[in-house]
Design a binder for this molecule. Structure first.
Ligand SMILES: Cc1cc2nc3c(=O)[nH]c(=O)nc-3n(C[C@H](O)[C@H](O)[C@H](O)COP(=O)(O)OP(=O)(O)OC[C@H]3O[C@@H](n4cnc5c(N)ncnc54)[C@H](O)[C@@H]3O)c2cc1C
Length: 485
């Protein structure tokens, strides 16, 4: 029988999921190699530095707050040879509706106190009516159908419809209800579950004290940016003899008798290389994985995978001549008047992110692949965004010292109607490739997969590999199937 150290595991992608799998396996004495196309580890979890007039400003690729569940793991990683540490972040998430700023996740008492009476009356009337007239669920439903049947049109149209449209680029009639029913980590529940609790409490006339809210949220953040966590994981992998190959492009995945035998890579300097392994774990996007097969993918699967698309995120990073900018951790802007969907100030997560007397602000604008390449359009969007922020009293145009953008492809999987069937077909095909596991946010095509899910997925995949069982064994028991295909 093969010992742990005799089997080689190749992990594709050195984001949080791939790194955590590699870290667990390497410390258990397995041979591992991580293949990463970027020049650095971290995937979506990176912190970039920008210098302005001799000062250093740090920006995450999207704000990354960490939650209680894995805080001790991150803490011990950072404590192990890194010059950083985790600090507790306190504050609120808020959402701008009309001229009002409400707590997010929503709280009934806060809504009643802040929204115009005519709007809250309409919300409650709609909600009561939808409860009385709700039809039984049938077939594939869109997020609009699913949510308005439960919560009414007013709440949906004012709070969620424009936000969904910004994030997906589709009208809510064309988005699957999974957008609202998938579990999210900020509350530990899905959006629908959170709303259901708020509404039930409101109908019973009780104050909603048991709700998971951002007020009660324990969030953590490394002093020098979220990117410190993947860097600490990579160092730990290398300490345990694991290998990380950066700047490496994967061109083919070779299949023989329903097993992946090798990968064809192009390293920096355009050198081609073939590597062999016993087990292959992919954390790259599901459609990209399907494209890598040199042969053996049935034509309908290949065609279906092309229907899986992503929305890009354009991060507009602004250096501002103000010591502090925002009162809240994150502000959500569903309203279509605002080109951005969320803004945040890195200094609110850690004072080390900007110098003492200045600060920075990040705007998130969702866009299509085509829009992400249209620099004239981007310029107009940025100009309009700054005008809107000025109008909101958040900053003054003359205080904007520097501005640069970062584009994050594959930020949000688009849950178009019927996408679940495409995933199911791909899952069925991948079940036939015994030594290939796909997992992680991109590898499962999951919109809401946060760092907690990535860590949970990674630990389950590592357990499976260490157990010496095949994925078919555990899938048959239905035990770990939510963690990988
Ligand atoms: C804007 C934004 C904000 C977020 N904020 C939070 C937050 O506050 N809290 C939270 O808990 N979670 C947050 N998340 C979620 C969090 O980022 C993810 O859960 C986590 O980073 C996913 O890690 P991953 O390894 O699964 O995917 P990724 O980070 O995408 O890793 C995949 C890796 O594969 C590499 N790759 C791709 N193609 C190839 C190829 N062909 N060959 C080799 N390598 C390849 C990529 O370069 C990347 O490094 C946020 C996500 C986004 C988009």
């Amino acid at each position: 029988m093969m010992g742990k150290g005799d089997r080689k595991v190749i992990i594709i992608g050195a984001g949080l999921t791939g790194l955590r799998i590699g870290q667990i396996l390497a410390s258990a004495g397995m041979q591992i190699e991580l293949i990463e196309t970027q020049p650095t580890v971290g995937g979506m979890l990176q912190t970039v530095e920008r210098s302005y007039m001799g000062d250093c400003y740090m920006f995450d690729l999207g704000p990354h707050l960490f939650f209680e569940e894995y805080a001790s793991v991150y803490e011990s990683l950072l404590g192990n040879g890194s010059d950083d540490q985790l600090t507790v972040v306190k504050g609120h998430f808020v959402i701008k509706v009309g001229d009002e700023t409400l707590l997010y996740p929503l709280k009934m008492m806060n809504m009643l106190a802040r929204l115009p009476l005519s709007l809250t009356q309409r919300i409650i009337w709609d909600l009561a009516r939808s409860r009385l007239t709700r039809k039984k669920d049938g077939g594939m439903s869109s997020v609009r159908e699913w949510m308005t049947q439960r919560f009414g049109d007013t709440l949906f149209d004012n709070f969620f419809a424009p936000y969904i449209e910004k994030c997906t680029g589709l009208s809510p009639e064309r988005v699957s209800h999974k957008w609202a029913t998938e579990r999210t980590t900020v509350t530990g529940e899905s959006l629908a579950q959170t709303l259901m609790k708020i509404m039930t409490e409101a109908f019973k006339g009780r104050k909603s004290h048991n709700l998971a809210s951002s007020e009660q949220m324990a969030a953590y953040y490394p002093n020098h940016g979220a990117g410190r966590i993947p860097l600490a994981m990579a160092a730990d992998i290398e300490r345990h003899g694991g290998k990380i190959s950066l700047n490496t492009r994967l061109s083919n995945l070779c299949l023989e008798n329903s097993m992946v035998k090798s990968l064809i890579l192009t390293e920096s300097g355009n050198r081609r290389k073939i590597i062999h392994g016993d087990i292959f774990v992919s954390t790259i996007s599901l459609p990209s994985l399907i494209r890598l097969f040199s042969a053996g993918v049935p034509a309908p699967i290949s065609a279906a995978s092309k229907r899986l698309a992503f929305r890009q995120l354009l991060l507009v990073n602004i250096i501002v001549d103000q010591a502090n900018i925002l009162d809240h951790l994150e502000l959500f802007y569903p309203d279509k008047r605002f080109p951005f969907k969320r803004i945040y100030e890195p200094k609110r997560m850690s004072p080390k992110m900007a110098p003492e007397m200045r600060s920075s602000l990040v705007l998130e604008i969702c866009c299509s692949d085509r829009e992400a390449e249209d620099f004239q359009l981007q310029k107009r969007l940025i100009d309009r965004s700054i005008a809107m922020l000025e109008n909101e009293g958040i900053l003054k145009r003359e205080d904007v010292l520097d501005c640069f953008t970062i584009s994050l492809p594959n930020a949000y999987p688009i849950y178009g109607l019927g996408f679940e069937q495409v995933i199911a077909a791909i899952e069925q095909f991948l079940a036939t490739v015994a030594n290939l596991i796909t997992c992680g946010r991109q590898g499962l095509f999951e919109y809401h997969a946060m760092t907690n899910e990535s860590m949970e997925i990674a630990e389950n995949v590592a357990d499976l590999i260490l157990s010496g069982k095949s994925k078919a064994d555990v899938n048959a028991q239905g035990k770990w199937s939510k963690y990988f295909y």
